[in-house]
Design a protein around this ligand. Structure first.
Ligand SMILES: NC(=O)c1ccc[n+]([C@@H]2O[C@H](COP(=O)([O-])OP(=O)(O)OC[C@H]3O[C@@H](n4cnc5c(N)ncnc54)[C@H](O)[C@@H]3O)[C@@H](O)[C@H]2O)c1
Length: 257
């Protein structure tokens, strides 16, 4: 899979899944616009790509700010002329009983996870339509598919991304494709934070996964690469779970030995 002549904007590219995707797409010869609210981490990803001979720029960017989106998109177009891959990846997590969530906490998470994804599509899609080519990948989560205690805010944000993706796919067809991805437990800073909040050891989480291990950021990046590339040119409005079988469910009845 070669992404020569493609330009990819990846939000939250300073760490975890976003970083792994930025490295992989750059390896496949895409020009990569890394954006992140954390300048130090974003710059580290940039240096790693450059160190390996890839082409990239870093733009400091808060995805919940419309001004930041306008600035980031303008800078990307100035530098690379177009954007035809958008990975709306930046997101934050929380774990809290519903009745303990303050309105400020609700609004903050929704602004980053949902509004950030909306603004990304709003400001990038017109350029994709103009060039008659685009692939958007939105990061949802298995929390949008399954219910779990204390996940209402995070799960609702990822459910909104799931729905936003389907509507956008019908609205932007035929030249722009929009798909969503559903990671399960992926070993990043986010899951370390989840483990800390829930006092659950990651080894316990791994053993609940049918494939008996946590996913890596590269496991998810490989899926994003497929959806970004022309290999998936007949796919839009679709949902891709990458969770080691977690949402397929654990065995309910064991057979007696
Ligand atoms: N790790 C998992 O197990 C998992 C599972 C399901 C879904 N996801 C989703 O995948 C995406 C990436 O997750 P991750 O595990 O790599 O997370 P991470 O916490 O490791 O990295 C997230 C990155 O986003 C950046 N970021 C946070 N707020 C931002 C903002 N307002 N503007 C711009 N950048 C911002 C952070 O600085 C960081 O670099 C998220 O949307 C997450 O919800 C992750």
């Amino acid at each position: 899979m070669n992404l020569e002549n493609e330009v990819a904007l990846i939000t939250g590219g300073g760490k975890g899944i976003g970083k792994a995707t930025a490295l992989l797409l750059a390896k496949k010869k895409a020009k990569v616009v890394i954006t992140d609210i954390n300048e130090e981490d974003g710059d580290k990803t940039l240096q790693e790509i450059k160190g390996k001979g890839g082409e990239a720029i870093f733009i400091k960017h808060d995805v919940s700010s419309e001004e930041d989106w306008i600035r980031a998109v303008n800078k990307s177009i100035d530098r690379y002329k177009f954007i035809n891959i958008l990975f709306n990846n930046a997101g934050i997590f929380t774990l809290k009983p519903l009745f303990e969530i303050s309105l400020d906490e609700w609004n903050k998470l929704m602004n980053i996870n949902v509004t950030g994804t909306f603004l990304g599509m709003k400001h990038v899609v017109p350029h994709m339509i103009k060039n008659k080519k685009g692939s958007i990948i939105n990061a949802s989560s298995t929390a949008a598919i399954n219910g779990a205690p204390n996940h209402s805010l995070y799960g609702a944000s990822k459910g909104a991304i799931r729905s936003l993706t389907k509507h956008a796919a019908t609205e932007f067809a035929p030249n722009v494709r929009v798909n969503s991805i559903y990671p399960g437990f992926v070993k990043t800073q986010m899951i370390d934070y989840a483990s800390e909040l829930s006092n659950t050891k990651l080894d316990n989480q791994a053993s609940s996964v049918p494939l008996n291990k946590l996913g890596t950021p590269t496991d998810v990046a490989n899926l994003v690469l497929y959806l970004a590339s022309d290999m998936s040119s007949y796919i839009t409005g679709s949902e891709f779970v990458v969770d080691g079988g977690l949402s397929a469910g654990p065995p309910v009845w064991e057979i007696k030995e």
